[in-house]
Design a protein around this ligand. Structure first.
Ligand code: SF4
Length: 79
């Protein structure tokens, strides 16, 4: 990583799976890309800034939103 593929290139992949289907030697490049992305986030803490708030919410609220789990069903109540 960083020598042969850049962070920008890793993040540019849309996981469309076309490279897996067309690879003539069945390398499964997408699996490698996903492992490298996982390495970026988990080991290098290198995620887009917009994702960090979502990670924090998942850790604290068990969902990507800023709402407390206790307030999650409030929408069902009449105002
Ligand atoms: S899955 Fe493969 S073909 Fe599709 S965007 Fe990612 S690298 Fe490119």
């Amino acid at each position: 990583m960083h020598d042969y593929i850049t962070v920008e290139e890793l993040r540019a992949c849309t996981t469309c799976n076309a490279c897996v289907q067309e690879c003539p030697v069945s390398i499964n490049p997408l699996d490698i890309i996903l492992q490298l992305r996982r390495q970026l986030v988990m080991e290098e803490s290198n995620a887009p800034q917009e994702w960090n708030g979502m990670f924090s919410n998942v850790e604290n609220n068990f969902a990507p939103w800023k709402f407390s789990p206790d307030d999650r069903d409030k929408w069902t109540e009449k105002a």
